[in-house]
Design a binder for this molecule. Sequence first.
Ligand SMILES: Nc1nc2c(c(=O)[nH]1)N[C@H]1C(S)=C(S)[C@@H](COP(=O)(O)O)O[C@H]1N2
Ligand SMILES: [Mo]
Length: 203
Amino acid sequence: MGFFDRNREELEALGIDPARLPDGQYHTDRFPVLHVGDVPSIAPATCSLKLFGEIDNHATLTLADIQALPNVDVKTDIHCVTKWSKFDTVWRGVRFRDVVELAQPHTAVQHVIQHAVYGYTTNLPLADYLHDNVLLTWQFDGEPLEAIHGGPLRVLVPHLYFWKSAKWIEGLEFSSSDKPGFWERNGYHNYGDPWKAQRYTND
Ligand SMILES: Nc1nc2c(c(=O)[nH]1)N[C@H]1C(S)=C(S)[C@@H](COP(=O)(O)O)O[C@H]1N2
Ligand SMILES: [Mo]
């Protein structure tokens, strides 16, 4: 039996349904760290989020402004395209859709591009940001989000591969046209649904 089958058996032995693992994924209790470039050191006091593009409210929100929106706790599984999945991760943040509402996008907007430090970007349809579990988050497992995991502030889009969740988020661009992001321009799928194994461009 190979590694992936053993990994699923381990889950069953723990009383966890292996059907929670998308095809080709294995579960881990660790929290791997993955990104391009260095870990930036951003003080919470200087952390901000610029809303731009086709919107009525061109605002720059401070971390405090964001934290003043209704806070929610989300417990969810996450799936990285490098094949690890982690179950029952717990995050506190604000619903992304509350920030969309604040931005007041024009009716033509169909895409939101996440802009993070060092030019990392990732794109998704506006509709994907409206789900209950999609957050702007500053807290993992009851503790302030560590810089290595994107602190002070990152995006969480748990229903897609984890590259769609930008760490060190600093801007949200609202657009009527799609703008493929960093990995999307470099061979990865434009959408990235782990349940359809949408890893590479033509998957
Ligand atoms: N700003 C930024 N965000 C990023 C990345 C990155 O390189 N830069 N990598 C993505 C990828 S490929 C993954 S798998 C997750 C990893 O998040 P983690 O390090 O907290 O596990 O962050 C995503 N967000
Ligand atoms: Mo990733």
